[in-house]
Design a binder for this molecule. Structure first.
Ligand SMILES: Nc1ncnc2c1ncn2[C@@H]1O[C@H](COP(=O)(O)OP(=O)(O)O)[C@@H](O)[C@H]1O
Ligand SMILES: [Mg+2]
Length: 294
């Protein structure tokens, strides 16, 4: 057995939430009037991540599927060394994220919705800048940037337009391209297709599959799109309220769901039904609950 790409043991992370809205995504109830100098009551910490164990195998596309606020980004940020765990261990190809952050950082790259660019520079200029930071020669950096961007179907014209003129979908492609400049062996993609139009979404998904095929990279991605999880991922961890409710291939999750609830015979089980069976609520309800905490 080869070493896992990512190995998680007894991982826990808590945050202190303002107000009593323990499960709120942040936009929860706020006291109507707060005395100017009165101290806010110190909120109790809420465990937003509690993962006894999780393994991502080298070369696989592994999906973390869960509703808004379920802890997906927190998990990604801990693996990428941006956030420290409270308890437990996380290793990336055998290297501990807390004790060997530099070694871990050298192996991975993360793409998230908050990717920052030089807005007045073009996509090409942004990528060449990054290539230079990584020590790539100018010519090599430019060639590689152009190759990746054209694979993502970004036209020559768009490559040279200023970043702020590009659509969300295009900017996301540039973020992916930038993350791949240095061929990381682990790619952490935090909701890589959220907010994209259907066409961009497909292109980004195809690119993710190509990356795995051509570079043998391990991809850990988060999504709340079941269709995407099923189409892209070799295995999926279903996460809800910071807990992994099940982990396996889409087919395995469906079988597990069928065993849990007596599905109407003959009905083809879906991942949607699997989520319901595993968490006791639909993904939609889980998202609603986040937005309007009781
Ligand atoms: N820096 C933070 N401080 C306080 N609470 C946070 C912080 N980051 C995330 N949270 C909370 O942790 C929970 C999980 O958040 P997150 O990992 O961003 O979920 P997801 O990515 O699945 O939407 C949410 O309830 C969120 O409000
Ligand atoms: Mg998130």
């Amino acid at each position: 057995m080869s070493e896992p790409a990512v190995e998680v043991h007894n991982l826990a992370k808590s945050f202190r939430k303002s107000s009593g809205a323990a499960r709120s995504g942040g936009a929860g109830a706020r006291p109507a009037a707060r005395g100017l100098f009165r101290r806010k009551p110190r909120a109790a910490p809420v465990k937003v991540l509690d993962v006894p164990s999780l393994d991502v195998r080298p070369g696989e596309i592994f999906g973390v599927l869960g509703p808004n606020g379920s802890g997906k980004s927190t998990l990604i940020r801990i693996i990428s060394t941006l956030l420290l765990p409270d308890e437990g261990q996380v290793r990336v190809f055998g290297r501990d994220v807390v004790r060997e952050p530099l070694a871990v950082q050298r192996m991975l790259n993360r793409v998230s919705a908050d990717a920052a660019f030089f807005r007045k520079l073009s996509a090409m200029e942004n990528l060449i800048h990054t290539a230079r930071l990584y020590g790539l020669a100018q010519r090599e950096g430019a060639a590689r940037a152009r190759e990746i961007l054209s694979r993502l179907d970004l036209s020559r014209e768009k490559m040279d337009a200023e970043m702020h003129e590009l659509s969300r979908g295009m900017q996301q492609k540039v973020a992916l391209a930038r993350a791949f400049l240095t061929s990381p062996i682990l790619m952490l993609l935090d909701e890589p297709t959220t907010g994209l139009d259907l066409k961009s979404k497909r292109e980004v998904q195809t690119f993710i599959l190509e990356i795995r095929r051509d570079h043998g990279a391990t991809v850990l991605l988060t999504t709340h799109d079941m269709v995407e999880a099923e189409a892209l991922c070799d295995r999926i961890a279903v996460i809800d309220e910071g807990r992994i409710r099940a982990c396996g291939s889409a087919a395995e999750l469906k079988i597990a769901a069928r065993e849990k609830v007596a599905a109407p015979s003959g009905a083809e089980p879906t991942l949607e039904a699997a989520f319901l069976a595993l968490t006791g609520r639909t993904m939609e309800d889980a998202e609603q609950e986040k937005e309007n905490p009781a």
